[in-house]
Design a protein around this ligand. Structure first.
Ligand code: PBG
Length: 328
């Protein structure tokens, strides 16, 4: 069996950098990436995330500096997470979020493409993604969708290029699309967090956004509205439904544990699929790198390749701002 010719030589295509480049069928570019941004109201000065090197909570003025620096790195597409100072049960004030969007679009105009995350988890006292009933046991779907559609309108008026609903209520995409169209914002895109799983990997994000479900007597987790990891059929149905309601982009989130969902969905839709490499996945690479067990750069690149191989067209990653430099 060891004689030449008795086995298929697969190593000829691995033999050197040139031939590996020729044989590769998957490419990654910073141009397909979106950089998340956190902007917190009443923050005295920007602070680096405890768990994610190089990821900051910005003030409304430091975010402008951050974006200018990111543009120097070839990054022009952003996903904004506004963190308001005040929290409420039912009455929410979206003016800080609108102010951030307006500030960014006034400073950069169409040289940036700005998507705004749309969720109530940084607004509610409970830390849940929508309005709960009086007992705190049930997410009220219709009430939440109404508030979200109104929130989306305010973000569109402020100049957002895209609305990215991450709350996981039913019917929100249709309601938001209708509200936007009726107000003349038919060119504002919707990127739906359409296959968003109830995941263990959102920890560092919730730390930053103060959005963990936090109340003793209310729903203790997001399992009644986010997708069960054991239910790929739900992930498929939810994404296809959101596409039919008018989502321009679909999304799978988190990333690496759900490559099968990306692959299956890409066979079933003609919408571009975004994947979100979430905070806990980013922090996992950071922790390995701290122990010198991986090189962060190579681990991120390998991850991005996996996303592309599975069928994603858009990658949302906290490391987008280094992608151009890293990819060379
Ligand atoms: C808000 C939201 C979450 C993330 C994005 N939007 C957290 C959650 O659903 O609890 C997670 C992003 C990350 O972990 O990087 N609904």
């Amino acid at each position: 069996m060891d004689q030449p010719g008795h086995y298929m030589n697969q190593r000829r295509l691995r033999a050197n950098a040139h031939v590996r480049e020729l044989a590769a069928t998957v490419t990654v570019s910073h141009k397909e990436m979106i950089q998340p941004l956190f902007v917190e109201e009443n923050l005295p000065e920007r602070v680096e995330n405890r768990h994610m090197t190089g990821v900051f909570s910005d003030t409304i003025s430091s975010v402008v500096t951050q974006i200018a620096a990111d543009m120097q790195q070839g990054i022009h597409k952003f996903l904004l997470f506004p963190i308001p100072a005040a929290r409420h049960e039912i009455h929410f004030d979206f003016s800080f979020a609108a102010e951030v969007v307006q500030t960014i679009k006034n400073a950069f105009g169409d040289s940036v493409w700005l998507a705004a995350d749309l969720c109530l988890c940084s607004y509610t006292n409970s830390g849940h993604c929508g309005i709960l009933d009086a007992a705190g046991k049930k997410l009220l779907n219709a009430e939440t969708v109404n508030v979200l559609a109104n929130y989306a309108l305010q973000l569109a008026r402020a100049g957002a290029d895209c609305i990215a609903p991450s709350d996981m209520t039913d019917g929100r995409i249709g309601a938001i699309r209708r509200a936007l169209d009726e107000a003349g914002f038919d060119e504002v895109a919707i990127m739906s967090y359409s296959s968003k799983f109830s995941s263990n990997f959102y920890g560092p994000f919730r730390d930053v956004c103060k959005s963990s479900p936090n109340q003793q007597n209310s729903l203790k987790d997001r399992k009644t509205y986010q997708i069960d990891p054991r239910n790929p059929l739900d992930a498929m149905a939810s994404s296809l439904r959101d596409a039919s309601e008018g989502a321009d982009f679909l999304m799978v989130k988190p990333g690496l544990p759900y490559l099968d969902i990306i692959a299956a969905l890409s066979q079933r839709t003609d919408k571009p699929i975004a994947v979100y490499h979430v905070s806990g996945e980013y922090a996992a690479i950071e922790l390995l790198a701290k122990e010198s067990l991986v090189e962060a750069k190579s681990a991120h690149i390998e991850t991005w390749i996996a996303f592309k191989r599975a069928g994603a067209t858009v990658i949302i990653t906290y490391a987008a701002r280094w992608a151009k430099q890293w990819l060379g």
